[in-house]
Design a protein around this ligand. Structure first.
Ligand SMILES: [Zn+2]
Ligand SMILES: [Zn+2]
Length: 524
């Protein structure tokens, strides 16, 4: 116990001169790219509770441990593992309150995040510090802010305004703002950020390193519809996005859907089975539910998953859920039917599989995945200046523009390596993959090859390929020719390392059959 877990300390300090105000710190910006294009895209300032990572307590040292006024024995056991004292001192130093010696600490709560993965869920210990009225001066990156201003910044977002982070929401506001009419089974943990948008990661048949798909649930309390003149594609009292959980948790999904209002809108960002595996459950629990999806997505959804009708989405329409406006954003790239959704009031963007919580997203060449679409969608997302990106796998991202620029940068870097290989004489898919992924395990080359094909198409579209490069010859090298050279190369390399030959050959066979399966259907 201990070394695996990650625990953060979040500190709530109320202004002794005004009980309604709390202390927030401006969060450090992610590192610059040192490239004028990418550095020109900047996310707006993000304010959150001051926090620090808790380290395990070295028991050989007798540091002054924090005493909580309301500590009980079960709590002590948990708290005693960590050096809360040093972390609290660090926080006070950072906000400029280090000379305030008399701080009375109270334990508030411990929140464990849901299983977003990869890695173990992070816990956050919330404590409340009471300051004595004193002649202190706050640091440059700290300020007092009323809970009302926090709520305004969260719920009525204007592009480029300051943002309020998730610690404030989970630590202070959630209890008052939480969607009252939403029931999540106790076996599932959820995250509500921004307020009103609930994320429930549920086990799904998705690609590594993830093992869950975020089900997004939106059930506003208010149903005052002041958009009567507007032309909505559909309206409802509740919305769920991407019910993609595997059958192991269909019972839980059933409970969630049954507890939701009957006038339910179901939206799927794209057709991959880790996004639609729970559709049949939704249909069974609520046959009145309306499915919204892009035509290309709907076409690929099996009749076993959804047999009722649907409303086609192009990707610019709006829907109204409980009096709140959401806008579809066409977002092809990952597939040709991929659509994102913007919650207008909080300016939060549900991005489907365009982005994932960690690492980069694959494009599906078998379902119209396209690199040039992917770049266009990425720029479109940046123009929206979203306050938060909500992916379907992994944690929410608080630095949308930075993340999207990182994607652009990585893909451009890969593309220039591919172009270099072509300029150096590579003419076939296999040769380009061999050059570009020389340092990557050969078993992964098959997956890498579709990425190379998408990049070559993108290079051709930009007229960047050398004149002597024949697209026709390249394309004819993509199917069986690549496959046989890959398998052959894989086997000969394996046999050269003549230990455990049989295992290797079996491994190649397994890789080959997985590749065949991959050709037939794609997930992620
Ligand atoms: Zn996908
Ligand atoms: Zn996915």
């Amino acid at each position: 116990m201990g070394t695996q877990q990650r625990v953060n300390l979040a500190v709530i300090i109320k202004n002794p001169l005004n009980d309604d105000e709390l202390l927030l710190t401006k969060q450090a910006l992610p590192p610059k790219f040192n490239d004028p294009e990418y550095d020109s895209y900047q996310d707006s300032d993000l304010w959150d509770l001051p926090s620090a990572q808790l380290s395990l307590l070295d028991r050989s040292l007798t540091t002054s441990q924090v005493q909580f006024e309301n500590e009980d024995s079960s709590l002590s056991e948990f708290l005693n593992q960590f050096d809360v004292g040093s972390a609290a001192d660090q926080v006070l130093r950072e906000v400029g309150l280090e000379k305030t010696t008399n701080v009375k600490w109270k334990f508030l709560k411990v929140i464990e995040e849901p299983e977003f993965g990869p890695g173990v869920p992070i816990k956050t210990l919330y404590i409340v510090g009471e300051l004595e009225i004193h002649d202190w001066k706050l640091g440059d990156c700290s300020k007092w802010m009323s809970t009302k201003s926090c709520e305004d910044l969260l719920l009525e977002v204007k592009p480029h305004n300051d943002r309020i982070g998730p610690l404030v929401v989970a630590g202070l506001l959630n209890d008052s703002l939480q969607s009252a009419n939403l029931h999540i089974p106790p076996t599932l943990r959820s995250l509500e950020y921004p307020p009103g948008v609930k994320l429930v990661p549920m086990k799904s048949r998705t690609a590594k390193p993830f093992h869950t798909t975020n089900l997004i649930i939106f059930v506003p309390d208010t149903s005052c519809n002041d958009f009567s003149g507007d032309n909505f594609l559909a309206s409802g009292d509740a919305l769920i996005v991407d019910p993609g959980c595997s059958s192991a948790v269909h019972k839980e999904l059933e409970k969630i859907v049954t507890a939701l209002p009957r006038k339910l809108i179901v939206f799927v960002t794209h057709h991959h089975h880790d996004h639609v595996d729970g559709l049949s459950v939704v249909q069974k629990c609520n046959p009145d539910a309306t499915l919204l999806a892009h035509e290309n997505t709907y076409r690929r959804i099996g009749k076993d998953d959804w047999s009722l009708g649907h409303i086609p989405v192009l990707g610019s329409e709006e829907i109204c859920i409980g009096g709140q406006r959401l806008r579809f954003i066409s977002a092809s790239g990952h597939t040709d039917g991929h659509v994102a959704l913007l919650h207008v009031a909080t300016n939060s963007l549900i991005v489907g599989d365009h982005c994932v919580g960690q690492g980069s997203a694959l494009l599906d060449i078998t379902a119209g995945g396209d690199m040039s679409d992917y770049f266009n969608t990425t720029y479109k997302f940046m123009e929206l200046s979203p306050h938060v990106l909500i992916p379907m796998h992994g944690r929410v991202n608080m630095w949308p523009k930075h993340m999207l620029c990182g994607y652009l940068k990585n893909r451009r870097k890969r593309e220039s390596t591919i172009l270099k290989a072509i300029e150096d004489g590579a003419k076939t898919l296999f040769d380009i993959v061999k050059h570009t992924y020389a340092d990557v395990d050969r078993s992964l080359w098959f997956h890498a090859s579709s990425n190379v094909r998408l990049h070559v198409d993108h290079l051709a579209l930009q007229n960047k390929l050398p004149q002597e490069f024949s697209m026709q010859r390249f394309q004819s090298s993509c199917k069986l020719s690549f496959f046989s050279r890959w398998i052959w190369g894989y086997l000969t390399v394996s046999i050269k390392h003549h230990h455990l030959q049989i295992v290797k050959v079996l491994g190649a066979g397994a890789a080959a059959s997985s590749a065949v399966l991959y050709l037939r259907s794609r997930d992620a």
